[in-house]
Ligand binder design. Structure first.
Ligand SMILES: *Cc1c(COP(=O)(O)O)cnc(C)c1O
Length: 419
């Protein structure tokens, strides 16, 4: 390992989190609890920025919108990619300068476009990425004539699961073969500043071929567009930088990905942009939860915990694996056994999967790894269950980023009953 890697290791494993500290947080704030280390987010950003020194890095805010995360990245000089009017509003409120904010409109509802057009008026420099020709028409109808980027469907997909392989899904972006025509038309009404594509969430060390192909197609398109006299500022090749969800998965070799990206892009008269989401936040977060029931069943043991699909939806949606570690004092001395960890929701999809754990007991505290990305963001109030609190560590100090919801929060949006 190089000195830089010792200071800023490419992955923080679940085992690296200090058990004593996490136990203290669970005592103080209760469980389930989202814990996020903003200093680790900073490290992840710096590693990404170092690997892509010539590129602009836009954090895909949908992975985690906790305000201290947005502030930390704003402070580092990161740009931010937003998926909705809500994210756009919150990112600007957190102090990210509009020149570093992109809004990627995917089949945008009218309400989102209204807000985006208004915010772009108030904050010049904002860029709106459109993925369909009629999204551009809808922006023009709102009097928008500012910075526009075109999302292209590169026709290649990557992804650890079919539901996150967006590169070939027709929902996303203008078909590659129609991009030039749409860009030519857009240039008459807007300031066309960029090209964008995102292949999904699966850039892994094992196979960079889909990533290379996407980038190379974007390079070709940028050159073609340049030859037609359109000056673009950037070519954004999306996110999807993988993180090791399993303890024996290797961390992504970011330098190799950066090298492959540069090589595949070739010479272009535009700045490269990347949009990491999970890479910046996943290993900066854990979910703490407690064992509520331990049930022996004919096929093994079911361990019922407080966190479930309403806390961490990825296992239910994507069959994603999130490692679990017991933080119970003295757990090291217990024999390990294979158990099924299940949440409290009345759905069979509400499982956190099979895990080897020190023989679990009621009251044990567990930590669920890599929960910094798409954890709180995908949380819901299903089963009328209030969403858990979220705590952020910064410089060793813990502070509440989102308080625990109450049942009153769940019902607050209902009108009062008429007497
Ligand atoms: C979700 C998303 C990303 C980030 O994906 P990760 O897998 O979290 O890196 C980047 N760009 C766009 C357009 C996205 O929708």
């Amino acid at each position: 390992m190089s000195a830089a890697q010792v200071r800023n290791p490419p992955v923080r494993r679940l085992a690296d989190w200090p058990a004593e500290r996490l136990r203290g947080l669970a005592d103080e704030y209760g469980t389930p609890l989202y814990v996020l280390d903003a200093d680790r987010v900073r490290e992840n950003y710096r590693r990404m920025a170092d690997a892509f020194p010539e590129a602009e890095v836009y954090y895909a805010a949908k992975a985690n919108t906790t305000r201290p995360v947005l502030r930390t990245l704003a402070d580092e000089g990161a740009g931010v990619e937003c998926a909705s009017a809500g994210e756009l509003t919150r990112v600007l409120d957190a102090g990210v300068p509009a020149e570093r904010v992109h809004y990627t409109a995917v089949n945008p509802p009218a309400r989102d476009l209204d807000v985006a057009a208004r915010l772009a008026d108030e904050h010049s420099g904002l860029t709106i990425t459109a993925g369909a020709a009629d999204t551009l028409d809808r922006l023009a109808e709102r009097g928008y004539s500012g910075r526009v980027c075109l999302r292209v469907n590169p026709g290649v997909g990557a992804g650890h699961h079919e539901k996150v392989a967006t590169g070939a899904d027709a929902k996303f972006g203008v078909p590659y073969d129609r991009a030039v025509e749409v860009l030519d038309a857009a240039a008459e009404d807007f300031e066309v500043v960029g090209l964008h594509a995102h292949a999904g969430s699966g850039i892994s060390g094992e196979d960079l071929s889909a990533h290379r192909e996407l980038v190379s197609r974007m390079g070709d398109l940028a050159r073609e567009v340049g030859e037609r006299g359109l000056d673009i500022e950037f070519v954004d090749v999306g996110g999807g930088f993988g993180v090791p969800y399993r303890p024996d998965d290797d961390p992504l070799d970011l330098d190799a990905v950066a090298e492959a990206t540069r090589e595949a892009l070739g010479e272009v008269e535009a700045t490269l942009a990347v949009e990491p989401g999970r890479y910046l936040v996943a290993d900066a977060g854990v979910v703490l939860t407690e064992v509520n029931t331990v049930k022996e069943v004919p096929k093994g043991v079911v361990v019922g915990v407080g966190a479930g699909m309403t806390t961490l939806a990825r296992p239910a949606i994507y069959d994603a694996h999130h490692q679990i570690r017991s933080l119970a004092s003295g757990a090291e001395t217990r024999p390990e056994r294979e158990v099924v960890v299940s949440g409290p929701v009345c759905e069979s999809a509400d499982t956190l999967g099979d895990h080897w754990l020190p023989d679990p007991e009621r009251g044990d505290l567990l930590a669920i790894g890599n929960s910094g990305a798409y954890g709180y963001e995908m949380a819901s109030q299903y089963n009328s269950r209030p969403r858990p609190a979220s705590v952020v560590l910064e410089g060793g100090t813990a502070s509440l980023a989102r308080r625990r919801e109450t049942i009153a929060d769940v019902t607050a949006v209902e009108p009062e009953d008429e007497a």
